[in-house]
Every structure is written in structure tokens, then in C-alpha cells.
Design a protein around this ligand. Structure first.
Ligand SMILES: [Zn+2]
Length: 269
């Protein structure tokens, strides 16, 4: 793809709507256990592109409510550790402390315990192998929502995060891995929250994301020339949003939702 490529927004909208309708396809059946995640990725992308009206809201709400079972999910606020886990027979591990905190109230004591615990772990991020920027996002997002970002050494963490930018402009999840579009979100959101996003070459990252588009059929892949999927389509558009790409709605880096939604639902503005 030549320099100056643009976001193929209309094609991405068509791709998302098509995926949403293909409930009997092989891909849809093997991904059934994360279909609710898929709905979040698809709907948020449509909203970021100002095309939420492409789906029938009442139909989506009915379907989501049909997934609800009063005894299927419970939240454990574990004793003194201050961590949060979702438990249910079929629930996926809850990876986002930020989203958990955002959707429920916690006592201040628990938040403070968790913040101090995070501070100690933050200092170890540079030396622990296997730590990914997804985990960094969870911790930084949780601390941001708890108003406790002052526990982070911003320069130290910012340095580790900006080192994630590879020669091709994309970001990886940890050292010596290939760049992947989804880390555009995990890394950029954390850098924004600690006010170090200017350490990333945004122009090169934008080009990397745009090069991962299927410009004919829509959708974004993890890296150039790979097959597209709804997950990377969402994280690609979300990454562009964080870089203020024209025509894409701004997102809140901690809540991972469009800013106007956060203002309306959480902050009641
Ligand atoms: Zn990925």
C-alpha cells in the first residue's frame, strides 16, 4: 500500500455488519464463547465510525439480555489482595481490572490496597519475562479510574512502553515479538494515561495500521497481508482514534469506550 493510504471506513462498516449476520458460519460457531466480546468489538467500532445506526439497537439489546442468567456471573473481591475476578461456569478470565472497576463500586480500602500492590509490580515490569502490555493497560487503567496514577514511575514505564514500537512502525506486546495491530490500543492507551504518548512515532504507527486493512472487503488484520478479524478491526480503529485520526470518534483510554459514552454513562455529563 502506498504512503498516504486512508481508512476504508465504509468497507469496515460493511464487514462488521456482514460478520454480525453470519451467525451460522464456521467462524461464528467456533467463536460462540466470545460472541459477546465480538458484539462489543463490532458495536464500538461502528460507533467510532459514526455508524452505530447500521444495526438494529432493539435487536442487539434483546440478544444481549437473552445471554443473561441471574446466577451465571458473580464477582469476587478477593479478601485482602484487592484483585477482582469474574467467576461463572463459562466465563472467560476477566483481563481488565479497568473495566471491572468501571462497572462496579469498590470500597476505597480495596482500591488503595490494589494500587500499592500495583506500584510494587510496576517496578518489576522491566525484568519479569512474559509481562505483556495488555497487563500494563489493566493496571494503569485501574489506577487511572481509582485516581491513583501517582503510584507509577511514569518515565520508567513510559520508556518500556515506547520501546514496543518496531522498525515497521507497529507496536509489539513485549520485547522480541512481532508488531501486531491490537497493541496499538494496549500500548497507546497506557502511554496516554501516563502522559508519555509523544514518545511514539504516531505517523509510522498510523501507516502500519492502515497497511493492515483489507481495503476491498473491509476488516483489519494483526499485521500486513494476514486474514482480517473483528478483534483487530476494533483495535486498529481504536488505535487510530487514540491518535486523533480524522473522522474517528475520540475514545477514553481507561474505559475503552467512546468518550461521549463515558461522559453520558459514567460521568453523567
Ligand atoms: Zn493481536
Amino acid at each position: 500500500m502506498a504512503d498516504g493510504a486512508e481508512l476504508a471506513a465504509d468497507q469496515h462498516v460493511r464487514y462488521i455488519v456482514t460478520v454480525e449476520k453470519k451467525k451460522d458460519s464456521f467462524e461464528s460457531l467456533v467463536m460462540e464463547h466470545i460472541r459477546l466480546n465480538g458484539a462489543y468489538w463490532g458495536l464500538t467500532t461502528l460507533d467510532l465510525l459514526h455508524k452505530l445506526h447500521a444495526v438494529d439497537a432493539a435487536e442487539v439489546v434483546d440478544w444481549i439480555m437473552s445471554c443473561y442468567h441471574p446466577e451465571s456471573v458473580q464477582v469476587d473481591l478477593e479478601g485482602t489482595s484487592g484483585t477482582i475476578r469474574m467467576s461463572s461456569p463459562r466465563s472467560a478470565p476477566c483481563r481488565s481490572s479497568a473495566s471491572s472497576i468501571g462497572s462496579m463500586s469498590l470500597t476505597l480500602t480495596r482500591l488503595l490496597i490494589m494500587s500499592f500492590d500495583c506500584k510494587m509490580r510496576m517496578d518489576c515490569f522491566l525484568v519479569i519475562s512474559g509481562v505483556k502490555s495488555t497487563l500494563v493497560f489493566c493496571c494503569v487503567g485501574a489506577l487511572a479510574i481509582a485516581g491513583s496514577l501517582h503510584h507509577i514511575d511514569r518515565d520508567l514505564l513510559g520508556w518500556w512502553l515506547c520501546e514496543r514500537q518496531c522498525k515497521d512502525g507497529g507496536l509489539n506486546g513485549r520485547p522480541e515479538k512481532l508488531a501486531d495491530v491490537c497493541y496499538s490500543w494496549w500500548v497507546l492507551s497506557s502511554l496516554i494515561m501516563i502522559d508519555r504518548v509523544h514518545w511514539i512515532d504516531k505517523e509510522k504507527l498510523t501507516k502500519f495500521i492502515l497497511n493492515c486493512q483489507d481495503k476491498e472487503n473491509g476488516g483489519i488484520s494483526d499485521r500486513p497481508d494476514n486474514a482480517v478479524d473483528i478483534y483487530h478491526t476494533y483495535f486498529g480503529v481504536a488505535g487510530l482514534s487514540l491518535m486523533e485520526y480524522p473522522g474517528v470518534k475520540p475514545m477514553d483510554p481507561a474505559y475503552a469506550l467512546p468518550l461521549d459514552v463515558v461522559n453520558r454513562v459514567f460521568l453523567r455529563k
